[in-house]
Design a protein around this ligand. Structure first.
Ligand SMILES: Cc1ncc(C[n+]2csc(CCOP(=O)(O)OP(=O)(O)O)c2C)c(N)n1
Ligand SMILES: [Mg+2]
Length: 363
């Protein structure tokens, strides 16, 4: 079996097409040369995702959301990979893939409904080929593998991509998914966003080897890409999708990136990581380096950046207004979504709950 990428020596940062200074650096195997229009649109998507994400944090702080997991720092990993997908490819996210969701056309307010506790996920996975968020770490890798096997049996030439974190690689589910996908040549791209932390657990407590090398033990290719380089992420994800589509089995991408914010709004990262580490990653900011390229190549001017900023503010205003005016569900609505159809056991429990609730009337 030809397993490209496994023995290639790579820098710690991974495959890179754009340096942190915004200079192009060609790679012998991977190329991505978007038109100025496409470059601007990659920047725009990353900037809008960042602005939306900042609004999520603010809304949680104002008590409008129960929780918000920020994607800050991971915009290139997410935008680059979602842009590599074709219509009909299926996405299985974890819970931080807001930029991927936006890229699949999911309404930002649908994401906020989940984190406001208004429902359990308000989008139709079939309409967007974007599955529901999964908070049980790593379990979506199994769902994705099964789905990919089904797709292959149906004869579709579509692919599956599944997002998970560095910490998730310590879960048994991920090991099982890797093995099952390898043995069955499942058309699935395992996309690990290595953001260096699993809440307060650093990378070195998850693995003795670089994560992309895990694939070798299962018999499929794995590469590390600079996850803050949107061009490299897009090129590598495209190649990985092509590989899995052609029936050669799964592919692992380790997108080497950094979680610039807290794990979620419930976390205080200053208790377990150094400010100097965060600063060193700030210099590799994915938006900054693309902005530098755009300016250096004359593909964008002040007016462009001002227009993107204004679009971000308009998006933030829309979601703020939308969240504040979301109707609150009654507690009995919990029973509506247990099964797709009516179920006598659930109906009985619903009636008991209603009777219990009405016992408070007049109290
Ligand atoms: C099965 C399971 N175990 C533990 C948790 C608690 N938990 C939530 S997030 C998290 C860390 C995940 O880290 P990583 O996979 O690196 O993803 P990241 O949050 O960094 O994107 C843990 C342990 C969980 N949600 N599910
Ligand atoms: Mg992580």
């Amino acid at each position: 079996m030809n397993v490209p990428g496994i023995r290639r020596s790579i820098s710690q940062d991974g495959i890179r097409l754009l340096t942190p200074d915004g200079e192009r650096t060609p790679h012998p195997e991977y190329a991505c040369d978007p038109s100025p229009d496409e470059l601007r649109s990659l920047y725009r998507d990353m900037a809008l995702a960042r602005r939306f994400d900042a609004e999520g944090v603010t809304l949680q702080r104002q008590g409008e959301l129960g929780l918000w997991p920020s994607l800050l720092g991971q915009e290139a990993a997410q935008v680059g990979s979602v842009r590599a997908l074709r219509d009909g490819d299926r996405v299985f996210p974890s819970y931080r893939e807001h930029a991927v969701a936006l890229g699949r056309g999911v309404d930002p307010l649908a994401l906020l409904r989940l984190f406001r506790g208004v429902d359990h996920g308000a989008w139709d996975p079939d309409a967007h080929d974007f599955h529901l968020y999964t908070l049980v770490i790593g379990s979506q890798t199994l769902h994705a593998t099964g789905y990919a096997c089904g797709m292959a049996k149906d004869g579709a030439d579509s692919a599956v991509i599944v997002y998970f974190g560095d910490g998730a690689t310590s879960q048994g589910d991920v090991a099982e998914a890797f093995n099952f996908a390898a043995v069955w040549d499942a058309p699935v791209v395992f996309f690990c966003q290595n953001n260096q932390w699993a809440i307060s657990e650093p990378n070195e407590r998850q693995t003795r080897v670089p994560l992309h090398q895990r694939a070798q033990g299962y018999g499929f290719p794995g590469v590390r890409v600079d996850g803050n380089d949107v061009l490299a992420v897009q090129a590598v994800t495209r190649a990985a999708l092509e590989h899995v589509r052609s029936g050669r089995g799964p592919f692992l991408i380790e997108a080497f990136t950094y979680r610039m914010g807290a794990h979620t709004t419930s976390d205080d990262p200053t208790r377990y990581r150094d400010a100097a580490e965060v600063e060193s990653w700030r210099a590799k900011d994915p938006l900054l380096r693309l902005a530098r390229l755009l300016r250096a190549e004359g593909a964008a001017d002040d007016a462009f950046f001002a227009e993107v900023e204004a679009a971000g503010e308009a998006l933030a205003a829309r979601v703020r207004e939308g969240v504040r005016t979301m109707p609150s569900p009654g507690p009995e609505e919990l029973f509506d979504h247990v099964y797709a159809q009516q179920h006598s056991g659930v109906a009985r429990e619903r009636a008991e709950f209603a009777a219990y609730q009405s016992s408070f009337e007049g109290v």
